[in-house]
Design a binder for this molecule. Sequence first.
Ligand code: SF4
Length: 242
Amino acid sequence: MPAQVDNNGMFIQGMTQPDELIKYIKARFPENEIQQAYAQMVDASKALGKDEKITPLRAFWKLLEQTYQKKAPPLQCGQGCAHCCYTGVTLTQMEWDGILNRVEEKGIDLDEIIERSQRTIKKVLEVLKSKRNIEQIDWHNLVVNQPCPFLGEDQACMVYEDRPLDCRLVVAYRDVCQSKKLEHAQRGVVVEEAIGSTVIAKLQHDQTPKFKRRKFHGTQPLRLFQHWLILWQDKKSGKKKK
Ligand code: SF4
């Protein structure tokens, strides 16, 4: 078993080694299991969404929670432990739309969020205005060690029920957070989590009108929270979107 896996067979290097994580997932789950779980989660999310009159993405989050409860050891994470919330969080358009729904439902003031996140928003703006190739930017590291814009003063997530996949992938099953090392967070536990980003891409593809689907290339662009906030603000003020 590779060194980065703990006694429970779980990946423990967290968000610092994406290549290792992909290798780990491929070694852990056979291809047919990955394909089956993907098809099942897409269909189940759509069906549950229809039944409960919620978005397919919210239905997917519900199904993922149920899977964790059935298949994973009990979480050690508790409300108020914001250990994993001091880094960059990237998410797709569909996940951002889900956050906006929650923001509206809870009456969260996005202008206030933007105001208090100026430090990291400025960093992202600088990169966007520069001539750098944004494909090559290490977005997570750009804002690391700074609080996520949606981390409340009580150190609880303000949009917890709709938090993106990025946040759901980083969890602790043992008492390791005192070390304050993100590397100790664990991920890649269940196949339904491993195929999460492709399920979200498919749900977004299927709900996009056919004439717009040519823009899809199998994956969805990921942007930092700060980047989505900049786009939201630009849209609100009528500026042309980048
Ligand atoms: S969205 Fe919530 S869970 Fe995710 S990093 Fe931000 S505060 Fe933490």
